[in-house]
Design a protein around this ligand. Structure first.
Ligand code: GSH
Length: 216
């Protein structure tokens, strides 16, 4: 039994895509992270900071998107989304899954908030180093960790898409654009996008944003 704690247009949207790539049945529990008065307190028993995503898989709760991504790709090996232990790509794969949330994401947030700092000041290091590293990696091979799509691409492409396309914080490098083009043709990606849009239309806060022409 797989339960997915989800809110549209959020970091949980990446996991919606991953679940669609995997194709196993799951039950979605909507969490209104934009509810007036905040996220209901009883959700804290699932996620200590009341954030999405979270999953409950066969009675075990897993939080933190990178951990959930790694877990799901391993739990459903038939989807072929994770190099196995012993595969030389396993190390780069794990690194990439975690890098997206522990380096890429906070570098973007720091930049968005105009934070100036030295490389040593924070564990995630410098924005420019992060951009140069991703540019090098995606120039070296078409996907996050080699020649084939893995769950690490769900992490990476979701981040690139949102921060380059919507937030306009990640620079529009040709290598990032062509990477997203390779991703955009995936049926699971397209399905998840559509599902995310439809779920967003049911969120009161987002309904108001759409009505005011600010959504999407
Ligand atoms: N470190 C968390 C971050 C998740 C996160 O930031 N979720 C946001 C949505 S994008 C959230 O739930 N925000 C609601 C809130 O903070 O109240 C993870 O990787 O799962």
């Amino acid at each position: 039994m797989l339960k997915f704690y989800y809110a549209p247009f959020s970091r949980a949207s990446a996991l919606l895509w991953l679940l669609e790539e995997i194709g196993a049945p799951y039950e979605t529990v909507m969490i209104d992270i934009r509810a007036e008065g905040g996220v209901p307190e009883d959700y804290r028993r699932i996620q200590p900071n009341k954030k999405v995503p979270a999953i409950e898989h066969d009675g075990v709760v897993i939080t933190e998107r990178a951990a959930i991504t790694i877990h799901l790709a391993d739990a459903f090996p038939q989807a072929g989304l994770a190099p196995a232990i012993g595969d030389p790509l396993r190390g780069p794969y794990l690194t990439s899954c975690v890098y997206s949330d522990s380096v890429f994401d906070p570098c973007i947030s720091a930049r968005a908030h105009g934070l100036t700092y030295g490389s040593n000041d924070y564990s995630f290091g410098l924005f420019d180093d992060m951009v140069a590293y991703l540019e090098r990696r995606l120039t070296a091979h078409p996907y996050a960790v080699g020649d084939r799509f893995t769950a690490a691409d769900v992490q990476l492409a979701s981040g690139i898409q949102f921060t380059m396309g919507m937030l306009k914080i990640l620079p529009e490098k040709p290598v990032f654009k062509s990477y997203l083009e390779r991703i955009a043709v995936r049926p699971a990606f397209q399905r998840a996008r559509q599902m995310d849009q439809e779920a967003a239309m049911k969120v009161p806060f987002l309904q108001k944003q759409f009505a005011a022409g600010r959504g999407g």
